[in-house]
Structures are given as structure tokens and as C-alpha cells.
Design a protein around this ligand. Sequence first.
Ligand code: TYM
Length: 336
Amino acid sequence: MAKQRILSGIQPTGNLHLGNYLGAIRNWVELQREYDAFLFMADLHAITVPHDPKRLAEDTYKVAATYIACGIDPEQSTIFVQSHLSAHAELAWLFNCITPLNWLERMIQFKEKAVKQGENVSIGLLDYPVLQAADILLYEPDLVPVGEDQKQHLELTRDIANRLNFQYGSEASPILKVPEPLIREAGARVMSLTDGNKKMSKSDPSDQSRIDLTDPPEVITKKIKRAKTDPERGLWFDDPARPECHNLLSLYMLLAGKSKAEVAAECREMGWGQFKPLLAETTVAALAPIQAKFNALMADRGYLESILKTGREKAGAVAIPTLTRVKDALGYSTPL
Ligand code: TYM
């Protein structure tokens, strides 16, 4: 029987952080054995806020290297660049014409990012989830593994697929497959080191708020040492009055590969002075092999290019027939 498929992507804007790793990439690494995995760099999404053209291509290679360094196996999974396949932008246009404006205006991420952009909000920022729907639906995945913050975008993707199927298809032969989100509880919401109620984010102006996957050991140690805590003695999970405590314990649990019960027992009597060096040491140890592999891959551009070339071919073989099916359903003529 053919394997089920997963698809997911990350924007190549800024450095990837522990949230991207624990909320997304780490899960893909596990899933790739069982699923046919399509993983890409969302570089068209990366220009929905002002960007630096000198860095875009380099940042895209960095994300590809990060995927592989974290354990994505290019022999097993398809790794590709969104902008290398024009089908993404083309399907997004077709979806634009069937998506009601008010579906986009209520997207939480748009509202949050639009506030930060002030007068400079592009149509691309508003339209971002429609492009995301195209990214997903082109590949007919069964599951889309993401962090919690992408939930609303996946609901919109499902709404767009259902609307297209309803308007132009029939129940017996739907045009698009409607995928399910896969949001694992553990790691789905890694929070900022400076505020346990805010998610860790590439766009947070404070570097101190996140741990980048490329941070050297001394920087990681310093960030954890300075992380916000509280004056309580003893450490425990799930206390709404102690969001930072829950977040730091969760990071320890995930990076040490321990169970929640083990960490709860181990840390119950600890103070911050004992726990923070332990977390720092665990984080440094978990990231060291990833960093070594990342550096080696970044020094071998030829290898990365060959992976992305193969990825583009494999992605095109799935995406182009889907695009053609949608165009047929909308009544387009076929070029001779
Ligand atoms: P992006 O680049 O913001 O994030 C990439 C992935 O990392 C997850 N993530 C987190 N998980 C846990 N805690 C956090 N603090 C945290 N921050 C980020 C995100 O949930 C995501 O899984 N729009 C997408 C990129 C995209 C995409 C797609 C994803 C474009 N097309 C199609 C899936 C399918 C984005 O900006 O993710």
C-alpha cells in the first residue's frame, strides 16, 4: 500500500529557533519513516514583510541545511524550495478568486503582524494564508505537521479546499483532498524566554527571547541564565500562575528526551540556581551535533544544490498534475 503523505514548511526569515525545532522539524524527523514527506522552504512567504534581497537565497540554503542537520534524510524525504515551482503562486491566484476577503481579515497572525507593520502592510501579508493553502493542497497530503500557531491557517486551507470542491467539483469526485492538521501536544507552543505567555518567535525584537539553533554554547548558557523566572521554590508543570516554569521544564523534558513524570520527579525540589545550569547543559548537548552537521552542510553548496534540484523534480511531479486538475475544473483551455 502507498504510504500516506505529510507536507510542511518553514519561512527562511532569520535564524530558526527551538520553537521551530521542537514544534515542527523534530516531528517531521520521526514521521518521515512512516510517511512520504514533502518539506519545503517557504521563500515566497518570506517577502510578505520587508526583506533583504541579499540574504534571501542564503537564508533558504540555511533552512535546507537545518532540516538535514536535524535529521531529515534527503534520500527518504523530498526537500524543495517553494519559489522553484511556479505552481504555488499560480494556484494561489486561482484560490484568491474563490476566497472571501473576510476569511483573511480575521486571521490572527495577519492582525498581529499588520499591527507591527503599521502603514506598510502589503497585500501579500493579507494573502499569505491563501498561498499557504496552495502550498498544502498541491501535494494532497494526509497530514500537515505544524506548531499550534498554524492551526487557523490549516482551518482556512480546509475551508478553501471544501469551497472549491463544492463550487466546481462533485461529492463523488472532489477536486482537492482535504488534509488534517497534526499538532503534537509536546512542543507545539514553545514560549519566549522573556515572557512565558508569548510564543518564541523569529520576529521578537529581543534576541534574548529565543534560542537559535545556531547559538554557540556560551550564548545559550547566558540566555538561559537570564531567562525570566519567579521567586517560588520547587519546580512543577501546568501551573497557570507559573508560565515560565512550565515552559523551561518542557524544554528540558523535550531536549533531554525524558518523560513528563520523570522531569516532574527530578525537578520538584530544585531551585532555579540548580535547574538553569542543567537546562543549559542539556540544550548545548542536544544542539551540538545539529550545529556540527549544519556547518559541514553549509560548506558544501554543491551537495545542497543537488538535493534541491532533485526535490524540485519530485515536487513538480506531484504539484503540476494537481494544478492542471484545478485549472480543468475552472474551465481553462489546455495550451497546445
Ligand atoms: P514559520 O516559519 O513561522 O514556522 C515554522 C514552523 O515552526 C512552528 N513554530 C513553533 N512551534 C512551537 N513553538 C513556537 N514558538 C513556534 N514558532 C514556530 C510553526 O508552527 C511551523 O510549524 N506559514 C508557515 C510556513 C508555511 C507552511 C506552509 C507551513 C508556508 N506554507 C504549508 C505548513 C504548510 C510559517 O510561517 O511558519
